[in-house]
Ligand binder design. Structure first.
Ligand code: UT7
Length: 325
């Protein structure tokens, strides 16, 4: 088995900033409620003419530059997303064309907020078994296109963005373990019910606002804490480590209270938790990889450090990855 590591990172966040003060003018909410209940201050919103693949392509180009690789060196592109440009073809195919990766296969992974962790786990199998040498893994979302801007329960939570990682064979360190889980019995808690084969688009589904994201926040909150803690613990154990050996935790950025409750369960001190939720809100598949990208840029991850990615999302799904940097 070959060692697999991240050799390049890139991100793209749309320019438009939507603040809590802006949301106060749209729905019955307040900066105080959003800040204390979630930790979010602002989020980015993609332009009307920007689709998920446009965000993904920009992040991909930056990651390739960082990795010092050309697009033609890629053999596979995996995009984690729940907000594709359209049902088919995949966002990964648009990225393949957009960056000129003419030697790459391409597909999407749908695992909601755990999407990047799932995609990273899948990609690492191809490299560790020697099937491929260089793989581009992207988390990209335009959640603003699926957000009900009249529903205060959800519209304050989400944002748009993309980030990418180039995976390659490495000589030392790299991915030490991966752990994934799911529980489809709770699929009803968080979904976008309309527009699929269950409820194909009709004027009625539009009137019923079924094409927007629906969530039972409170129930999801409790499950997020337990499953993120379980995923973190299992991945750390699989790596032969203890929670105290982790230098930096990069959690999915859904709610600062979820993150701190998970941290408490595993005795992670606050200074070992990376947060950027204040600036971007919940970007689903794009959250953990954007946080990793920014943590590295800010010098929070040093060579030899052990980093934990930990995520949870609709499905329900969850997963964690331990990486030696
Ligand atoms: O990414 C993975 C999936 N997503 C998540 O992990 C999100 C998980 N859930 C959460 O983060 C939290 O449950 C929320 C932030 C969504 C909600 O926080 P909460 O502390 O669970 O609040 P709640 O849903 O119990 O609502 C408390 C009150 C309700 O009013 P009443 O019934 O007590 O009168 C809501 O109507 O807060 C009200 N409320 C709001 N008030 C002002 C709900 N949304 C808002 C809002 N502004 N935006």
């Amino acid at each position: 088995m070959k060692r697999v590591g991240i050799i390049g990172l890139g991100e793209y966040l749309p320019k438009k900033v939507l603040t809590n003060a802006d949301l106060e003018k749209m729905v019955d909410t307040s900066d105080e409620w959003i800040t204390t209940r979630t930790g979010i201050k602002e989020r980015r919103i993609a332009a009307k003419n920007e689709a998920t693949s446009d965000l993904a392509i920009k992040a991909a180009k930056e990651a390739l530059l960082d990795a010092k690789l050309a697009a033609i060196d890629l053999e596979l592109i995996i995009v984690a997303t729940i907000t594709p440009d359209m049902f088919t073809p995949s966002v990964a195919c648009y990225v393949q064309h957009g960056i000129g990766a003419k030697n790459a296969a391409a597909f999407d992974v749908s695992a909601a907020c755990a999407g990047f962790v799932y995609a990273l786990s899948v990609a690492s199998q191809f490299i560790s078994r020697g099937t491929y040498k260089n793989i581009l893994v992207i988390g990209a979302e335009k959640l603003s296109a699926f957000t009900d801007w009249e529903d205060r329960n959800t519209c304050v939570l989400f944002g748009d963005g993309a980030a990418a990682a180039v995976l390659s064979e490495v000589e030392a360190g790299g991915i030490l373990s991966t752990y994934l889980g799911s529980d489809g019995t709770r699929a009803d808690l968080l979904n976008i019910p309309g527009g699929g084969s269950r409820h194909p688009a009709t004027t009625q589904t539009l009137e019923d606002r079924l094409h927007y994201l629906k969530m039972e926040g409170n129930e999801v909150f409790k499950l997020a804490v337990t499953t993120m803690a379980e995923a973190a613990y299992m991945a750390i154990k699989k790596a032969g480590l203890e929670p105290k050996d982790i230098d930096l935790v990069i959690p999915h950025q859904a709610n600062v209270r979820i993150i701190m409750a998970m941290a408490k369960k595993l005795n992670f001190p606050q200074e070992k938790i990376y947060l950027n939720i204040e600036r971007y809100g919940n970007m689903s598949s794009a959250s953990t990889i954007t946080a990793l990208c920014e943590a590295v840029k800010e010098g929070r991850v040093k060579k030899g450090d052990t980093v934990l990615l930990d995520a949870f999302g609709a499905g329900l799904v969850w997963g964690a990855v331990v990486i030696e940097w």
